[in-house]
Design a protein around this ligand. Structure first.
Ligand SMILES: [Zn+2]
Length: 704
């Protein structure tokens, strides 16, 4: 999701870092008992001692009731009314915590509810639909970079019928609540006494002097007749901080030791380990022909749903494998699955310390050093496009395995340790497919994320556009939240008109994105999934979010078994050939074979002409058909050494050159001689008739 306008502020709970990763599995009491939200400090920093303690207690009680769901959209537009509003784009339906405005002010999607009048009779009203014990209100100003519109103080009224209203009281006086001091920081107000009612009104009393009465809100309350939620799958539905995440992964590994393997790919800036759970029937090793899959979550530390879904997924796969669920058994037997629940554990802890309701929109997004990890990968797109622009034949410019540029590998390059860890992980494992789980919108985006000249918005498809669109559709069409035709847009863009999928560049440019890097530097196709409007959903939403995403998560992994796969072997030795290039005709993106010679080429159904070659071998061509069923077609290749290579091999061993090879080499030499004579004659002819073309070749090495 896009960058917040608010600056990144590093807020760290000293106690947390002291508890840090000691490299063992000792869990600290603070680490295991903390629940999100409860550690938040809200705006009580100026109060001290006993008063502060009392306030903390009150806050705890207020946050014990979940949000009604203005942010998550559980509360729909018809449940929100207002005394007045300036225009549709600033209507009551925009008065939702963390809602983001469109790029142009004055459009249909503006950054708050704004009253049309500046007096103390304005209100925003929420119908909870059920009798609710209201405990608190969270207020935020208007999301805009142009104006200063926020409410400084307000009263709260409650009603059962919208006719008679009672104020929230502080003893014998009407309670006056402290509002905002800026447009972005969410501020919690605790009702002095919880009140049972169906309707609640926020009634501004003072506001930023030159600004308008504008606000975004969330309401905290416990529904009285809340039916007991019984999630279908028995999974650990809550937010897991670093210690808890580690504990959970360990427990899954203990429950399913035969199919799991935990490893780390590196550390965060603050030294937290980047843990990966591998799930496979033979964990710990690559099996010939078995494709490798990855989910990466929580790259933006405050986008936390992916982290929890990935933790849910490992538990689910373990349980269902043990239960003998045929679909899961098949998936685990035929695939090597890698799950990285948190790529940015430092950022996560910042957001987590604020809690699901008070983290705001930007806090915790970046790494400890302030780096946005999804802009931190080498921009190979620009290197490729620049080379294509000056190349005589752009189709000869390498479109895969583009090397990392030198500037990026320098010691002083601003590259996060998290990024470095993920890059070497991508280079070590022959991943075929993956998804990068984000939050703050409901849409699936596919590469390229980068645009030519870094244009802010430009449709920038890859050579695999059709298959990427298929992949995105697989996730988006089975995700219950995205596919719900009744849903309203999260913020300022209606992705439903695009069936909830979009080319990354067509949405907004992301230079140096992980997905683009993955596509241009490795074989792995990767999409980004924006999982929910709310970046940090309340823990009570997690069972529903699991149900929303369960089928999508499974079905997406199964797509790794589409297209072609096979092994490229040496004809004589029968050994697999590493780094053989596989080219599909009319697809300007090649892939390479892994260490054992096995390869996977994801493709939509169709008939393909496929070529394979490797250094020192004669290229081979085959026609292979991909069917509609989710099973890869086997398309193996056997390559023979080129005569020159055979000669080299024999000479190296000091062996005798067989007669067939001698004849072959002589024929080749003659053919070459004839061809070069012809070329010289042609060139002489050309020099006489037209001036020489003078195009400079670029430094980039040419592909085959
Ligand atoms: Zn994100």
């Amino acid at each position: 999701m896009k960058k917040s306008a608010s600056a990144f502020v590093v807020v760290l709970a000293a106690t947390f870092w002291a508890a840090g990763d000691a490299g063992d599995d000792t869990e600290t009491a603070a680490g295991t008992t903390a629940t999100p939200g409860l550690t938040s400090t809200a705006r009580w920093t100026t109060t001290l001692g006993a008063e502060r303690k009392e306030n903390d207690e009150k806050e705890k009680l207020a946050l014990a009731c979940p949000p009604l769901g203005l942010e998550s959209l559980r509360v729909d537009d018809t449940q929100i009314q207002a005394s007045s509003f300036q225009r549709f784009g600033l209507g009551p339906h925009r008065g939702r915590l963390n809602i983001q405005s469109g790029i142009e002010d004055g459009d249909l999607y503006d950054g708050a509810w704004c009253a049309d009048y500046k007096d103390r009779h304005q209100w925003l009203e929420v119908d909870a639909l059920h009798l609710t014990r209201f405990t608190g209100v969270i207020l935020q100003g208007r999301n805009t970079i142009w104006r200063r519109d926020w409410v400084q103080s307000y009263k709260v009224q409650l009603s059962n019928d919208t006719i008679s209203w009672k104020s929230s009281m502080n003893g014998t006086q009407e309670a006056l609540f402290e509002g905002n001091g800026d447009g972005e920081t969410p501020v919690l107000a605790v009702l002095p006494v919880p009140v049972v009612a169906r309707y609640i009104r926020i009634n501004p009393q003072s506001w930023y002097p030159d600004g308008d009465i504008c606000l975004r809100a969330e309401i905290l309350g416990c529904r009285l007749d809340e039916p007991e939620a019984r999630p279908k799958d028995k999974l650990d539905f809550r937010h897991h901080n670093y210690q808890e995440m580690r504990k959970l992964m360990k427990s899954v590994a203990e429950e399913c030791p035969d199919i799991t393997h935990i490893y780390t790919i590196g550390k965060s800036h603050m030294g937290l380990k980047l843990y990966v759970m591998e799930i496979s029937d033979n964990p710990g090793k690559h099996e010939l022909g078995e494709p490798e899959f990855r989910y990466v979550a929580n790259m933006h530390g405050n986008e936390v749903l992916g982290r929890e879904l990935v933790l849910n997924l490992m538990q689910y796969l373990c349980h269902e494998y043990k239960r003998g669920n045929q679909r899961v058994v098949r998936l685990i037997t035929e695939t090597r699955i890698h799950l990285l629940p948190s790529m940015n554990p430092d950022g996560y802890e910042v957001a987590y310390s604020k809690g699901s309701e008070l983290a705001g929109w930007g806090e915790g997004r970046y790494t400890f050093e302030g780096i946005d990890l999804n802009h931190n990968f080498p921009d190979l797109n620009t290197i490729m496009w620049d080379a294509q622009e000056v190349a005589e034949d752009p189709s000869k410019v390498p479109n895969h395995y583009i090397p990392i540029p030198e500037y990026y590998t320098k010691e002083d390059a601003l590259v996060a340790s998290e990024t470095r860890a993920v890059i070497s992980w991508m280079q070590d494992i022959p991943f075929v497919l993956g998804a990068n789980l984000h939050g703050g919108e409901l849409v699936v985006t596919y590469p390229f994320d980068g645009t030519e000249g870094w244009a802010p918005q430009a449709h920038t498809p890859t050579a695999d556009n059709a298959f990427f669109r298929w992949l995105a559709t697989v996730y988006a069409s089975t995700n219950l939240a995205m596919a719900n035709p009744e849903r309203r847009p999260c913020h300022y863009e209606d992705f439903q008109v695009h069936n909830n999928i979009i080319n990354g560049g067509a949405w907004h440019v992301v230079p140096g994105s992980m997905n683009d890097f993955s596509y241009l530097h490795t074989n792995c196709l990767e999409v980004t999934v924006e999982l929910s409007c709310d970046k940090f959903p309340h823990a009570t939403e997690l069972p529903v979010e699991w149900e929303n995403n369960k089928e999508s998560l499974l079905l997406f992994m199964e797509q790794v078994h589409r297209g072609l796969k096979g092994v490229v072997r040496d004809k004589e030795t029968k050994k697999g050939i590493q780094d053989a290039v596989i080219r599909v005709e009319d697809h300007e993106h090649d892939i390479r074979s892994a260490a054992d010679g096995d390869y996977w080429r994801l493709l939509n159904p169709g008939d393909y002409k496929v070529a394979a070659w490797a250094e020192g071998y004669v290229p081979a061509v085959r026609h292979c058909r991909v069917g509609a069923e989710p099973r890869a077609t086997v398309c193996d290749f056997t390559l023979t050494r080129t005569p020159a290579q055979r000669l080299k091999d024999i000479r190296a061993k000091g062996g005798k050159i067989p007669q067939d090879l001698q004849l072959r080499l002589r024929a080749l030499r003659l053919r070459k001689l004839r061809a070069s004579t012809k070329a010289i004659n042609r060139r002489r002819e050309g020099q006489r008739t037209q001036p020489r073309q003078n195009r400079k070749a670029r430094s980039l090495p040419l592909a085959f």
